[in-house]
Design a protein around this ligand. Structure first.
Ligand code: FES
Ligand code: FES
Length: 161
């Protein structure tokens, strides 16, 4: 039995018959070619597969595609077309917030969702975002600096965490 999925992914209206057990990460990567969504662990730990669903970050490897029915989903490809992305990507560039880049799309989706949430962002919010993502390369210091710069609470203090 298949189910009907109607959703918006980035700027595309999606109307598809899918298997009920299809994961959102597999829909994005294998059916729609949004391969910027990376899959690291497949069980909700690493955060590499993070996308934005209705404004909130979500692990796409733990989300059934059908759970995105009637939602708005943004992957890193959609995020890259937003005005927020320029600031975030520039901060990551300036602070060397990545090495291999495998974890980066997920982290950026989480930071963009936080930035666009409209809340008054504190350092603890950045810590929570970074704590939710595994990076095998950087040691997190520069990711934290980049994330803080992206949200405007860090201007380049070498002693910042
Ligand atoms: S691949 Fe989804 S959390 Fe690791
Ligand atoms: S930059 Fe390589 S895993 Fe994070």
């Amino acid at each position: 039995m298949k189910v009907n999925l109607r959703t918006q992914i980035n700027d595309r209206e999606i109307d598809l018959e899918i298997e009920p057990r299809l994961l959102l990460s597999d829909l994005l990567r294998e059916h729609l070619n949004f391969t910027g969504t990376h899959v690291g662990c497949s069980y909700g730990v690493c955060g590499a597969c993070t996308v934005i669903i209705d404004g909130k970050p979500a692990r796409s490897c733990l989300t059934l595609a059908i759970q995105a029915n009637n939602c708005s989903v943004r992957t890193i490809e959609g995020v890259a077309a937003s005005s927020t992305f320029d600031r975030v990507s520039s901060a990551f560039h300036q602070e060397h917030g990545l090495q291999c880049g495998f974890c980066t799309p997920g982290i950026i989706c989480s930071i963009v969702a936080l930035t666009e949430s409209g809340k008054n962002i504190a350092e603890e919010d950045i810590d929570k975002v970074v704590d939710g993502h595994l990076c095998r390369c950087t040691g997190y210091v520069n990711i934290r600096k980049a994330a803080k710069k992206a949200v405007g609470i860090y201007q380049g203090d070498e002693n910042a965490r």
